[in-house]
Write a protein that binds this ligand. Structure first.
Ligand SMILES: N[C@@H](CCC(=O)N[C@@H](CS)C(=O)NCC(=O)O)C(=O)O
Length: 412
């Protein structure tokens, strides 16, 4: 997602058409086919794909050899795809996706110590796994009153947009895309731009905003969840819940070192790989990490033992999207998540923690990825939701309560 608009590319494709010296008319009967009804003809003339097909026929005639057609389109598509990917998903010289660092980590924020008393607002998008982490910790800590939220939806050009009117539900516990309730902005870029000194970089979610100072507090999910866990206990409804107790901090970091590059970012490294080698490396790293975690979860209820921690929250938001999206769209195809009994049971266990299911919006997740990630799914067709991902199935008994004995260490 970036400021480059993928939609402009279809018009560039037209410019790539090789021959301009044909004189056939586009509306003759052979263009629409003899068996097309008048209604079909009318609707097809407004359909851009049909229009492109007709223009192609006009330029080349109906009998273009399939080999030429395929090699021409392949060359045109590959070059535009490379162009798009280089801007939307930066990679190194071997085609490995390299995620840009967040511009506003918490430790760089000079006002961070005063932030606990500031009026805070959280900007998120429901498809985003990084933003999802912050919604879960906000809910578990009971920060709904202390940290209000605005939910953006992905726009056609990949930016995060707000609806123009408040959503009908004013219930802060119901998470649906809506308007920007503190700044009234039309998109997230505009909100970032309100900070002193402006901002022209990536307008990413999640983003924590200081309402009175009109300043970005942080846009790095890992920092935000740590801050929500321990920095706002004075206003949290559930201050006693500690998702990163001192004695587990080292274990949480160890799990994160395995899970962030190979699983959380690993699925993106599969999906955004720009060479076969880059994809192979990413997919092997992903599934070997999943195998390790699967083994560990056979004897441990959560990653660090019998206590739910931030490491589990971070893993959960990738797992819950796995069969819905990553398995298909990002080519994480070696196995589906449902084929891992321990990982799947563990995911259901976390899903069933009160208030977690309400943060998971499967329709928004599927729409967000399949309809908006244009370079990976140009037709924008959203596949049917896998039946194993239905709420009722995720709510079934998981029987993991008895797994209490692990030391919670990552044994590799
Ligand atoms: N490292 C960041 C990553 C956030 C991120 O990449 N968010 C995506 C959505 S899933 C985004 O908003 N991208 C918009 C853009 O890059 O312009 C974090 O963990 O918070």
């Amino acid at each position: 997602m970036s400021s480059a608009s993928p939609l402009t590319l279809s018009s560039q494709l037209l410019v790539l058409s090789p021959k301009k010296n044909r004189t056939r008319t586009i509306l003759g009967p052979c263009r629409v086919g003899p068996r097309m009804s008048l209604d079909q003809q009318r609707s097809s003339s407004s359909n851009p794909v049909t229009l492109l097909t007709n223009v192609t026929k006009l330029l080349w005639g109906p009998s273009l050899p399939p080999g030429l057609l395929i090699s021409t389109v392949r060359t045109a598509w590959n070059s535009t795809w490379q162009l798009m990917m280089s801007q939307l998903a930066p990679s190194d010289s071997s085609g490995n996706y390299t995620r840009p660092a967040s511009k506003f980590p918490l430790q760089n924020n000079p006002t961070a110590s005063a932030t606990a008393t500031a009026k805070l607002h959280l900007y998120v998008g429901l498809p985003c796994p990084w933003a999802h982490r912050t919604l879960i910790v906000r809910a578990l800590k009971g920060l709904e009153d202390a940290v209000s939220v605005s939910i953006a939806s992905p726009g056609q050009d990949g930016s995060w947009e707000f609806k123009e009117i408040p959503s009908r539900s004013r219930d802060k516990d119901i998470l649906v895309p809506g308007w920007d309730s503190v700044n009234g902005s039309k998109n997230l870029k505009e909100v970032y731009g309100l900070r002193k000194g402006g901002y022209s970089g990536r307008a990413s979610v999640p983003m924590l905003w200081d309402v009175d100072k009109k300043e970005v507090v942080c846009n790095e999910s890992y920092d935000i969840i740590h801050f929500f866990n321990s920095g706002l206990n004075g206003v949290a409804r559930n201050p006693g819940m500690d998702l990163a107790p001192a004695e587990l901090k080292a274990k949480i970091e160890d799990w994160n070192k395995l899970i962030y590059p190979n699983v959380n970012n690993g699925v993106y490294r599969c999906g955004f790989a720009q060479s076969q080698e880059a994809y192979d490396t990413a997919v092997n790293g992903l599934f070997s990490a999943l195998e390790k975690i699967e083994d560990h979860l056979g004897g441990s209820r959560y990653l660090c033992g019998d206590t739910l921690t931030l490491a589990d929250v971070c893993l959960f938001t990738t797992l819950i999207r796995f069969d819905l999206v990553y398995n298909v769209l990002f080519k994480c195809t070696k196995k589906k998540l449902i084929e891992y009994p321990n990982l799947h049971g563990y995911m259901c266990d976390i899903y069933q923690i009160p208030k977690v299911a309400e943060t998971c919006n499967f329709t928004e997740i599927m729409d967000g990825y399949y309809k908006i990630l244009f370079p990976l799914n140009p037709g924008s067709i959203r596949p049917v939701m896998p039946s194993a991902c239905a709420h009722q199935l995720l709510s079934k008994p998981h029987n993991r309560e008895s797994l209490l004995s692990s030391d919670g260490y990552l044994h590799v």
